[in-house]
Design a protein around this ligand. Sequence first.
Ligand code: FAD
Length: 412
Amino acid sequence: LCQHSTTGPIETTLCDYETIESVNGEIYSALSELVQTPFFKYFQADLYRECPFWQENGFCMNRECGITTVDESEIPEKWRAAALSKIELPPLEERVPLPGCYYRDADYCFLDDMTEGEYVDLTLVPERYTGYSGPSAHRVWKSIYEENCFGLSELNLLTTRSPAQVTLPDTLTDVLREHINGENGDGECLEKRVYYKIISGLHASISTHICLEYLNQTTGEMGPNLECFVTRVASHPERLQYIYFNTVLLLRAVSRIGPYLRNYDYCSMPTPHDHVLAEDIQEEAKSLATLSKVIDIAEHVGKFDERVLFRGENANILKEEFKMHFRNVSRIMDCVGCDKCRLWGKVQTTGLATALKILFEMDETALDPHRNQNLLQRSEVVALINTLHRFSESLQAVETFRDIWKKTGESD
Ligand code: FAD
């Protein structure tokens, strides 16, 4: 049953996808609980920086594009800007050097300054249809694809079928089987393809969320729009495959960082004072148990072999280029002309960049939670988990669309 493919770090067997598909329901429900907890729901971002690449005039005035930020007094004290600016790093001699340079040099994205930016409660601003589109949105996507480290822009080059030719097969694996069978090595280097897959998968996942909660112009209600999903995602089977690709990459990162996450000080209580309520302790224990469940599953199914990338003669140059271009993607997010889209764009590029940093910049010593307690910033941990939740939700959404498709077929 397991067909082998030789084109990349995770396309080893179709069984990998089948495994993800079989556990996604479990991962999704655990992550959905987790992202509601105080630690994971507040994200700090500087949402109003200037676009560094062009003058951005495409601001979306639609009500759906806006967000409400949270007053800092609602944020548990230890995460507030003032407290964060006081964070002390361990003495130099106790820091474990990462391969390459420590801290910022290892980052795959520009993190917003921890003492600037506002807090947003992510649970109050679901990623969905906002109406942001047209030249501004297209320009941002185009620039992101053109960041492809090696000058490749595959936009529009992939197989497209008209919606009438598309069918939603019974299992996701069927879609993938069809694609994998059709995929042949195109002579491009692996890193170039990986960059493209990450971006295209992110784009497809965002599109899936838009189509899942799309504005019905007649009723004014939000709801799933099958045609939107078929046009943007299902008629391009490789896009679905890239949603999987990103999911596996993120799971692999969560699994590598598992011991660190299990030892992380989440302390979801407002202040770590003596009169801590019993419910708070229970609440935190519950969150930790849920997180542990996600890590357990990630350890089981996160089969991404990062060792096949950045090897050989020009490995370091390639890696630096990859990193630089990914950092640029995080800066392009400042050019997104819709607050809500920019926020989720920042969360997800930070989440993916954190995963890449974990996979390509950290060795086992660096990952040891006892030796290195300040490995990641809070915003990186929050972004990593929320991004995995986004992708897992997209895979769930495919099930929803498949059901709608079947029902539509039955009623015809
Ligand atoms: P677009 O999605 O804009 O795509 C442009 C072109 O890229 C397409 O014509 C196609 O040729 C190609 N393409 C599309 N998908 C892929 C893929 N997966 N892989 C490769 N090529 C592809 N809108 C919302 O309503 N809500 C949001 O939360 C939201 N978030 C956004 C976040 C970011 C970072 C950006 C840049 C945009 C966001 N948008 C959001 C806008 C949204 O992504 C679309 O741009 C918009 O809905 C217009 O869609 P479109 O059909 O014109 O094609």
